[in-house]
Design a protein around this ligand. Structure first.
Ligand code: SAM
Length: 320
């Protein structure tokens, strides 16, 4: 008899993220030569393409800043992607010759099914596996290991007991400056469990940055509609029960011992965080007719950056 998997709807969300990136890349919003190796093309609406572009660009910019900032430049650093799904960021970073990627250890974690599937794709595809030194995939432990890139199975809800030991066994070093990425992940997890992760990072690592992308819904009627649409697919936005808006999401970090947190909605980032030349470029790709609807949708997603310790590279003005 098969045991029903109550996490299945959340696991399946990696498909949404993947197909959205595939669509945005094929339309020319994003340059990502790898995404089509992980999934089949599915056409998305102009609004989804635009949102995918802006959030990817916003997170990419913050990753870039971390890798080139004063605190990390020419030093060893670590990037840890929580709930990485079929994210292709690592392969795209390797193509950026302005970065010293041989100084970066990159860790990705997700549920076993997803890690299994992603590892198989990477292992079989020369465009991907030729980029990873000393590549080895062990299906029993569900770990894809290579010199700089490590993909492994784990449950974020078992952070202290399961994930931390695995990270350490794969070479994670708590005194190396670290960037943690959670792209549309924390919102699906019980807020207390995520708080444990945040607490561990702020108290056990020397210097860490978090970049998190997720829904912010306040109590708007549009937000309630989004929640009920997802509920029909068996997906609960658990994080919003405790942290429903921009302010409470920022405060959560401070309460867990972080020293600085800033966030902005996708709508605000589009207005202030993306170069105007880029906006006019994407305006030419597809016409956005429903501006009102786009404003509503894009105001319900945000990108957050938080730091465990104040650092001059990340001044308040720069983040705001
Ligand atoms: N970050 C990826 C991206 O942007 O393409 C994937 C985003 S997808 C919406 C959410 C991912 O989080 C899924 O791959 C899911 O399996 C993973 N996830 C959710 N809860 C998790 C948990 N408790 N432990 C590990 N992974 C989890």
């Amino acid at each position: 008899e098969r045991i029903s998997d109550s996490d299945k709807p959340v696991k399946d969300t990696f498909q949404d993220a993947l197909s959205s990136r595939c669509s945005a890349a094929s339309k020319g919003y994003l340059v990502d030569p790898y995404v089509s190796l992980f999934g089949l093309f599915q056409k998305k609406t102009p609004m989804i393409n635009r949102g995918t572009y802006i959030r990817t660009r916003a997170v990419d910019d913050l990753v870039h800043k971390f890798l080139t900032s004063g605190v990390t430049k020419s030093q060893n650093t670590q990037i840890i992607s929580f709930g990485a799904g079929m994210d292709t960021r690592y392969f795209n970073l390797l193509d950026d010759k302005s970065l010293e990627m041989d100084k970066v250890s990159y860790f990705e974690v997700d549920f076993p099914e997803i890690v299994q599937q992603k590892s198989q794709i990477i292992s079989k595809n020369p465009e991907l596996n030729s980029k990873l030194l000393n590549l080895d995939f062990d299906p029993v432990s569900c770990i894809l290991n290579s010199q700089h890139f490590k993909l492994f199975a784990g449950d974020l809800r078992l952070f202290n007991e399961e994930l931390v030991p695995k990270l350490i066994s794969l070479g994670f070093d708590s005194s190396t400056p670290s960037l943690f990425i959670a792209e549309c992940v924390f919102v699906y997890i019980e807020p207390e469990k995520v708080d444990e992760i945040l607490k561990w990072i702020s108290s056990s690592t020397t210097f860490s940055v978090m970049v998190s992308y997720e829904q912010v819904l306040s109590n708007s009627s549009f937000g309630k509609m989004m929640i009920s649409n997802l509920q029909m697919r068996g997906i609960k936005l658990k994080g919003l029960e405790k942290y429903p808006n921009l302010q409470s999401q920022k405060e959560r970090y401070l309460r867990q011992g972080w020293s600085l947190a800033e966030n902005k909605t996708i709508w605000e980032i589009e207005k202030k965080g993306i170069p105007p030349s880029e906006i006019s470029r994407i305006n030419k790709i597809e016409q956005l007719d429903e501006i009102e609807e786009w404003m509503l949708l894009s105001s319900h997603y945000s990108v957050l950056i938080a730091l465990t310790h104040n650092h001059s590279t990340y001044s308040n003005e720069e983040l705001a």
